[in-house]
Design a protein around this ligand. Structure first.
Ligand SMILES: NC(=O)c1ccc[n+]([C@@H]2O[C@H](COP(=O)([O-])OP(=O)(O)OC[C@H]3O[C@@H](n4cnc5c(N)ncnc54)[C@H](O)[C@@H]3O)[C@@H](O)[C@H]2O)c1
Length: 359
C-alpha cells in the first residue's frame, strides 16, 4: 500500500459506502462474519480488557483496544441517545489498525457504518447457534440507525424474511420499512412491542435510552424464542425485565465487560453465562432444546472491531477505495524531528535564524 512512511491509508465515510455497495451488503455481512469467526476461534490469542468508558449525564465516550500480538486495533465510539433530536447520530465511531512490530498504523477508518455492520453480523452469528431451527420471522424493536443492518444480517446469515417492526416513533418504523422495501422482506409495522413479538421466533431489541428501560416484559417472551438484545450496553442502560434473564440461557461476548454494561448487570455477579467465542470454537453448544429461551446479551467487544478493521484492510488493498493521510512525521534521519520542522519550506524559525533575529 503506502510507499512513504508518513502516509496511512484512510477509509472515509464516502469510501466505506462505496466499498459496501461494491461488495453488496449481504456478501459484506457474510465475509465479515467469516473474519469474526476466524478471530473468535483464536480468542485466547487476544489481549482483552473491558472498554474504557467515560460517562457523562448525556452519554458515553469509549475506547476499545485489543491486540493479537501481530496487529493492534482500537475504536473510539460514543453513545448519546439524545443526539438524534439534534440531527446527530446516537453512535459514531472511527478506528485504527496498527502493526505491533513497529507501532505504525496500517489503517485509519470511519467506523460508524462499520460498527452497524459488525454489530449486525455478530448478532446474526450468535443467532446461527441460538435461534430456533427454521426461524423465519423476527421482531425488530427500535427502528433507528442499527435496525436495517440487523435485518440485512439476519437475512444473509439465517434467511429471515419476515419482519415485525416497532418503534415508539412511528417515523422511525416508516423509515425502516421504506429503506428495506424491495429487498426481499415481508414487513409488518406494529402498534406496540406486544404486537411486534407476536409469532416471532427471534426478538431483536435495538432501542436507545439512557436509563433502565423495559422494552420486553416477562409475559412478552414465550418458550423457544431467541432474544438478540443490542441496545442495553452501558451501566444503567438496559432493555429487558430481569425476570426474562432468569428464564434464559445467556450468551455474552466478554463477561468482565458485559457484567458492567449488559442486561446481566441486573443479575448477581456470578450468574452463569456462556461465551460466544466458545460456541464458534466448538467448545460449547448453543440451543439444545426447542422450548429453551436463549439470549445474546450484546454490548459490542473490541475483537469484533479488530476483525472488521482487518477485513476492511484486506478489501481496500483489492479495491483501492481509500486515500492516504499525511499522518506520521517522517524525517530523513529518524532522530532529526526538530530539523524537519526547521527545514519546512518557508520556516519562520529558519528565516529568523538566518537574519540573526534569534538572540
Ligand atoms: N451491542 C452493540 O454492539 C451495539 C452497537 C451499536 C449500537 N448499540 C446500541 O443500540 C441502540 C440503538 O442504536 P441506534 O444507533 O440504532 O440508535 P438510534 O437512536 O438511531 O435508534 C434508536 C431507536 O430506538 C427507539 N426507541 C427508544 N425507546 C424506545 C422504546 N421504549 N420502544 C421502542 N423504540 C424505542 C427510538 O425512537 C429510535 O428510533 C443504542 O442503544 C446503541 O447504544 C449497541
Amino acid at each position: 500500500m503506502a510507499d512513504h512512511l508518513n502516509l496511512v491509508p484512510f477509509v472515509s465515510v464516502h469510501h466505506m459506502m462505496q466499498l459496501v455497495l461494491e461488495i453488496g451488503v449481504e456478501r459484506f455481512m457474510d465475509e465479515l462474519t467469516a473474519y469474526l469467526e476466524e478471530d473468535f476461534r483464536r480468542w485466547e490469542k487476544f489481549d482483552k480488557t473491558p472498554r474504557v468508558a467515560s460517562h457523562s449525564r448525556e452519554g458515553v465516550i469509549e475506547l476499545m483496544p485489543t491486540s493479537d500480538g501481530r496487529h493492534y486495533g482500537f475504536k473510539y465510539v460514543n453513545g448519546h441517545p439524545k443526539n438524534t433530536r439534534e440531527g446527530r447520530q446516537t453512535v459514531t465511531a472511527f478506528g485504527v489498525f496498527a502493526d505491533v512490530g513497529n507501532g505504525y498504523p496500517l489503517l485509519i477508518s470511519e467506523m460508524t457504518i462499520l460498527t452497524a455492520l459488525r454489530t449486525a453480523a455478530t448478532s446474526a452469528l450468535a443467532a446461527k447457534y441460538l435461534a430456533p431451527r427454521g426461524a423465519d420471522c423476527m421482531a425488530l424493536i427500535g427502528n433507528g440507525a442499527q435496525a436495517e443492518f440487523q435485518a440485512m444480517a439476519f437475512k444473509a446469515l439465517l434467511g429471515i424474511r419476515k419482519l415485525r417492526l416497532y418503534d415508539i416513533d412511528r417515523g422511525a418504523t416508516e423509515k425502516c420499512r421504506r429503506n428495506l422495501a424491495g429487498l426481499g422482506f415481508e414487513m409488518t409495522a406494529c402498534a406496540s412491542g406486544e404486537d411486534a413479538v407476536e409469532g416471532a421466533q427471534i426478538i431483536t431489541t435495538a432501542t436507545a435510552d439512557k436509563q433502565y428501560a423495559t422494552i420486553l416484559t416477562d409475559n412478552m417472551v414465550g418458550a423457544g424464542v431467541h432474544i438478540n438484545a443490542v441496545g442495553g450496553d452501558c451501566p444503567g442502560k438496559t432493555e429487558l425485565h430481569r425476570d426474562i434473564l432468569l428464564r434464559s440461557d445467556i450468551f455474552v461476548e466478554y463477561p468482565p465487560q458485559t457484567r458492567i454494561e449488559g442486561e446481566i448487570q441486573q443479575l448477581d455477579k456470578d450468574h452463569p453465562v456462556e461465551e460466544l467465542w466458545r460456541l464458534v470454537a466448538g467448545k460449547a453448544i448453543g440451543r439444545c432444546e426447542a422450548r429453551q429461551i436463549t439470549l445474546f446479551d450484546s454490548v459490542g467487544f473490541a475483537t469484533e472491531d479488530f476483525s472488521a478493521l482487518r477485513y476492511v484492510r484486506d478489501k481496500i488493498e483489492q479495491t483501492g477505495l481509500y486515500t492516504e493521510l499525511d499522518l506520521l512525521a517522517d524525517p530523513d534521519e529518524p532522530r532529526d524531528l526538530f530539523g524537519m520542522l526547521l527545514r519546512f519550506p518557508g520556516s519562520s524559525l529558519l528565516a529568523q535564524r538566518e537574519k540573526g533575529l534569534i538572540l
